[in-house]
Every structure is written in C-alpha cells, then in structure tokens.
Design a protein around this ligand. Structure first.
Ligand SMILES: [Zn+2]
Length: 510
C-alpha cells in the first residue's frame, strides 16, 4: 500500500515538474527537468518531515517556489537577471516599498497557495519521510543532476573561461539551468560578492622588465585606432573584389604610410586582445596586467595626456579587462556603440592645450549582428553582404578621423588595426577558424624616424606581425627604449591565446 502511494507522489511531482518547466519557465532541456523535479521532491520531503526545522525550511522553499510561479504568471515571463539585480542594488527603503506594492499581486497569493499546499501535503501523508523508495530517488536524482551539470558545462561554449573572468557567469548558468528558485539563489549569492579584481584604479609604479630607458622622440600625437572583428581579406585595400575600403587605400598609400601584410591578433576575443595590446601580460599569465604599468600609464609617465574615445563599454564581462587599463586615461569619452560620434570627439580632444597626446579610439566596427552601416553604404555597394557594408562604413569613419587630423594640421603617428578578425557570418571567439585572427594593420606617420621600416622590425621569423607586438611598438613610439633580447624572444615565439584559453603557435591555427 505504502509503495503505491509513494509511486503516486513521485508521479505527481514529476508531472508538476514537467508542467512548471514547459509552461511557466519555458525551459526544455535535460538539466532543468532533472533539477526542477529534484527540488520539488526535496521540498516535499522537508515539508512532511517530523523535524520542525526541516519542516520550516521546506515551507520556506515552498513559499519561494510559489512566489516564483506567481511572478511568472503575473508578468508573463521568468524572473530575469535584471530583476535579480534590482533586488541586489536597491536599498532597504526601496525594497520595502517594492514589496508593499507587490503585496497583493505576489506575496499574499503566494502565502495563500503555500498554506493550501501545506494542508494538502499533510493530508496526503504524514509518514513518507525516509522510506527507501523516496530516499533512493533523491540519491539517484542528485547524482544525475551532478552528471548533467558537468555535461552541460562541457557543452557551453567558453563557460569555464567566462566564469574565470567573471564569477557571475556561473550564476547566469545556474539561473538558466535550475529555474526553480535554487538557480536564482546561486546567482544572488555569487553576484553579491563583487567582481573586484579590476576595480583597483591606483597607479601602478613598476615598468615592465623590457623597458630600459626614456627619451623624447618628438612624437606629438600618437593615435591607436582599434577596430572590432575586422577580417583583413574583406578590405579592398588587401585585394577584396568589392571596393569596401577605398578611403583607407588612399590614406595609407602615401609616402609616409604603409599597409602591412600578414598580421594576426593575439587572441580571438576583445577583452584578451585589446588588453594584451595595451599592457604587458602574456597568453601564459595575467600577472603583468596588475604588476606593470600599462601603455596608458607609460604614456602619462612620459608627458603625454591620455584619452580613451570608445564606442564599446569598458565594464562587464567583455569590457572590464581592458576597462581596467582604459580607466587610467586622463579623459574617457564613450559613444554607446556609435562610431559616427568618434571623429567629433577627436576634434574636441585635438583642440585642447596638451602638448603631447596618446589617444585610443576603440571602434564598434564590424561586430555581429553586422548592423553598423547606413543607407550610404548600401547605395555604394548595393549587392554586398552586410558584413562588407560594415567594413565600408568603418572606412568612412577612418576617413572622417583623418579629415579631423588634417584640419588640425598636427604631427602624428597613427595605427589602424583590429582586436581580432571574424569568421564571417559565424563570429569569433570560436574553437576553430584562422580568419578570426587575421586582421588589417595600417600605419601613417609624419615623423620620418618612425616610418614603415620601424613597424617591419617587429615582424617574426614566420613572416607575421603579431598583436603581441603592439605594446612594444607603442612603447617605442611613446619614447621608451626596449631591451632587444627580451623583444627578440617575444617576437620569435609566435603564439596566440585561443578562445578556450589554450596557448598555441599561430602556425598551428587552422
Ligand atoms: Zn572584439
């Protein structure tokens, strides 16, 4: 008799679990199904327990489950990350106010439902705890949940490295995969521990060991334009059949400029590549990011005023790592993903009274979903793919920037490159794809002592110029002398940091 009743309880819990996942949480994959069922089962067992504390805990979980279910019914959707954030970020007064306004809609119904369910559960059975069947199913489902969690973590693209970058990613994972309360709790718990590794903006004193001495080399305005997800082979400058970059071809074909061939980035994702351009950490270790002066701090130490003109965020999962460096700039101006505003910002910057300037211009460029273009680009290349239109648009942005520079009649050294390439229509940060590393590099200098030969010096024995050389190129432009032995060793070891955080010789990248 008892076994049959247990079976019935398990079956009802299973059905409730399926209904919750399908209709309330709209999750339909292995881990959410197992986790919802396991949590319902545990809650049930706690609620029917004779131990008062267990019963109380069971009731509390039941109450939270009901809040979550009623919330979803009321607002026609699951509790989102931003709702959880507002719980964390609002102060006590606001929380009380919020709860007050939600009392009739959320809290009271949840309370009534909990009381009713408690009554029902007690009615069904007073003595189900510790019977072998239920005990064994709990063991089984817990084990299954753990296995499925591991499988799901292995499936999720780059989850481990994302978690290492930002612990909140683990919270996102659980919030999504364990929809029944527990995932939200894990998210709140993890998020409340602030991700503080990039928050220290104090000046770093120590120079990298490769920096020997400092001098004035008469470079007045050093401008680094960092493109985004830009594949060199889609530039007409590099031989693409559509005329995507006619401005750049012209701007970088003058006597004091060059279009560099065979260039690859140090990594296929923004945060690693941009940060390794502007600081001295390596694919092997992040240590120097925190211990050595960044390029921006070095610029300041040699009398440059520093500027960060960015179209992308300098915070969050993708931005914090280079944001840590960007934040050291004297002036930071962000356009909120609008490259069209950058030339005007530059015009303002070049009108100030600074004698020497180091300016980073960080584009939104050619990032997915490839919507960074307008009617003029479409008119110019009516049959082109969207990705090519974003390249055409970026070409116009670079032209606008040069118009500003020419108007101001300044001396300058300008680099245009990209944080990484793109497997067009697929993306970047992928396990495979050489195209996600292949980038443009163009250079224009009014100082004949720093001409194209100067750039060529950094090319390695395989014939490539690596993004890992950017920091040395910039150091020399900023007036620092580099230890030739250290440079030679770094230059010859041509490796990249892959999306899975492996270190591979670039020659092995397929
Ligand atoms: Zn990027």
């Amino acid at each position: 008799m008892k076994i049959q009743k247990n079976h019935l309880v398990l079956l009802s819990l299973f059905i409730i679990s399926l209904l919750l996942n399908f209709f309330i949480f709209k999750e339909d994959s292995r881990l959410p199904h197992v986790s919802t069922f396991t949590i319902l089962l545990i809650t049930f067992l706690l609620t029917v327990s004779k131990n008062r504390l267990k019963k109380l805990i069971g009731l509390f979980i039941l109450f939270l489950i009901n809040i979550k279910v009623i919330y979803s019914l009321n607002f026609n959707g699951n509790i989102t990350i931003s709702v959880l954030h507002s719980i964390l970020e609002t102060n006590i007064n606001e929380t009380i106010f919020m709860l007050g306004s939600l009392f009739l809609k959320l809290i009271l119904p949840a309370f009534i439902l909990t009381t009713f369910l408690f009554y029902l559960i007690t009615k069904i059975n007073k003595n189900l705890e510790n019977t072998p069947l239920i005990f064994h199913s709990i063991l089984l489902f817990t084990a299954l949940s753990i296995i499925l969690t591991i499988l799901d973590i292995k499936d999720e693209h780059r989850l481990i490295s994302n978690i290492r970058e930002d612990k909140k990613e683990l919270g996102f994972f659980f919030q999504h995969k364990v929809p029944l309360v527990f995932g939200d709790m894990v998210y709140l718990l993890i998020s409340s521990y602030d991700n503080s590794k990039y928050s220290n903006t104090a000046e770093i004193e120590k120079f990298n060991s490769s920096i020997i001495s400092k001098k004035d080399n008469n470079n007045k305005n050093i401008i680094l334009i960092m493109g985004e997800a830009s594949l060199y082979s889609r530039y007409s400058t590099y031989g693409y059949h559509l005329n995507t970059t006619y401005h750049m071809t012209k701007l970088f074909s003058t006597d004091n400029s060059c279009i560099i061939n065979n260039v690859h980035s140090s990594a296929p994702i923004t945060r690693d590549s941009v940060s390794m351009t502007l600081a001295f950490h390596t694919p092997e270790s992040n240590e120097n990011l925190f211990n050595n002066k960044s390029i921006i701090e070095m610029a300041k130490a040699n009398g440059y005023k520093t500027y960060w003109l960015g179209s992308q965020e300098i915070q969050g999962l993708h931005g914090s790592k280079y944001g840590f460096i960007a934040q050291k700039s004297d002036e930071i101006k962000l356009t909120n993903y609008n490259d069209n505003k950058l030339a005007n910002l530059l015009a303002k910057v070049l009108s100030d009274s600074a004698q020497k300037r180091f300016i980073v211009i960080h584009l939104y460029g050619n990032h997915m979903p490839y919507n960074n273009y307008d009617e003029l680009d479409k008119k110019a290349l009516p049959k082109a793919e969207k990705y090519d239109l974003t390249i055409h648009h970026t070409d116009r942005i670079i032209n606008d920037i040069f118009n500003v520079i020419n108007e101001k009649k300044i001396d300058f050294n300008l680099i245009y490159t990209s944080d990484h390439g793109e497997v067009v229509n697929v993306g970047h940060g992928l396990e495979k794809g050489r195209d996600q590393y292949l980038i443009p590099f163009m250079y224009n200098s009014t100082n004949p002592n720093y001409d194209c030969q100067f750039i060529e010096y950094f090319r390695n024995k395989d014939g490539f110029l690596s993004g890992l050389m950017n920091k040395y190129i910039l150091s020399e432009l900023l007036g620092y002398e580099i230890d030739k032995n250290i440079l030679r060793k770094e230059r010859q070891y041509d490796r990249v940091l892959t999306a899975n955080e492996d270190i591979l010789p670039f020659s092995l990248i397929k």
